[in-house]
Design a protein around this ligand. Structure first.
Ligand code: CIZ
Ligand code: SF4
Length: 304
């Protein structure tokens, strides 16, 4: 393994000089997580972005997350070490497509997963993360909703709230939708003592086999507090590093080798250093879109 010590020290020094804060998602490379001021899910990182006094936010994650930070904190400069890191699921719907879908269902509220572009958020009623999707939809009190773009998270919401009629957009996460029930069965056979924790971006037949269906922040809390000391982790493999820190002494098994999000892995320590050195990779959201998206994002941050 490469020695990241020198690069990490350089990054911390540059962050001090620049008055910058480094936020890293739970799916980032271990060394990027380790150099960050805060590691978390998109909800936690959005909250940190809004709270910080730092004028510069280095966002190690994918584009929609940095955009969400910018929507909440317009006066701060948000930089991405790798601006090309996107989310294929977020690209499965556009603002125009959502407007057309809404027109087919007049008056039905639109609940949008945070994994979406600012344009899509701007024409949504409320955003959710995987950590608070069920709570937000319950609080909404509607009998029918449109849910975009993740059909798997939307199915999980529908199954958790049987009184709500959930119309699903046909979107999915390539990393999580790829998991099969057979893989979960095989992992259980290999580790019969382990609890299976699965992300709601997985398909319903996979989710049905899990002991707990949790967002990444919920997995971290669950692993620390659960009586189990062995877990099969059905989400992006970067979380294992965060889990090991949250619950030292417990054992975490990957569902299968290389359950990775290629976009999350595009950000390297070197790119974090370069971003801080030349202050490149600024994330821009036009003011009209930002203002239109703000309400939906604020409702998301307020709940759960
Ligand atoms: O909300 C997030 O950060 C994502 C994409 C996953 C999770 O469950 O934390
Ligand atoms: Fe998007 Fe899936 Fe990657 Fe998350 S893990 S950023 S949902 S492609």
């Amino acid at each position: 393994m490469a020695d990241f010590t020198i690069l990490s020290a350089e990054i911390r020094q540059l962050a001090r000089e620049r008055g910058a804060i480094i936020l890293a998602h739970n799916y980032q490379r271990a060394e990027v997580q380790d150099v960050a001021d805060f590691v978390g899910d998109s909800l936690g990182l959005s909250r940190q972005a809004a709270l910080t006094d730092a004028g510069i936010i280095i966002f190690a994650g994918v584009h929609f997350m940095a955009e969400t930070a910018k929507i909440l904190s317009p006066s701060k400069t948000v930089l991405m070490p790798e601006p090309r890191a996107g989310c294929p699921m977020a690209d499965m719907i556009t603002g125009d497509a959502l407007v057309a879908w809404k027109a087919e269902h007049p008056g039905v509220p639109v609940v949008t997963y945070v994994n979406s572009s600012a344009d899509v958020k701007a024409v949504s009623d409320v955003c959710v993360t995987s950590a608070n999707a069920v709570a937000v939809v319950r609080a909404l009190g509607a009998s029918r909703i449109l849910f975009a773009p993740d059909k798997n998270l939307g199915s999980w919401v529908a199954r958790s709230l049987p009184d709500v009629d959930v119309e699903l957009w046909e979107g999915w996460c390539p990393t999580h939708d790829d998991v099969t029930a057979e893989q979960v069965v095989a992992a259980r056979e290999a580790h019969p003592q382990a609890a299976v924790i699965a992300h709601p971006e997985c398909r319903p037949d996979v989710v049905d086999l899990a002991d707990a269906v949790l967002s990444t922040s919920q997995m971290l809390a669950f692993a620390a507090s659960s009586s189990a000391d062995e877990f099969i982790v059905v989400t992006e493999a970067g979380l294992i590093h965060a889990l090991q820190k949250a619950a030292p002494g417990k054992r975490f098994h990957e569902l299968r080798p290389r359950m990775l999000c290629p976009n999350m892995k595009l950000t390297t320590l070197q790119k974090v250093r370069d971003c801080l050195a030349d202050l490149s990779g600024e994330v821009v959201v036009s003011e009209d879109v930002r203002v239109a998206a703000l309400g939906a994002v604020e409702r998301m941050v307020a709940i759960g």
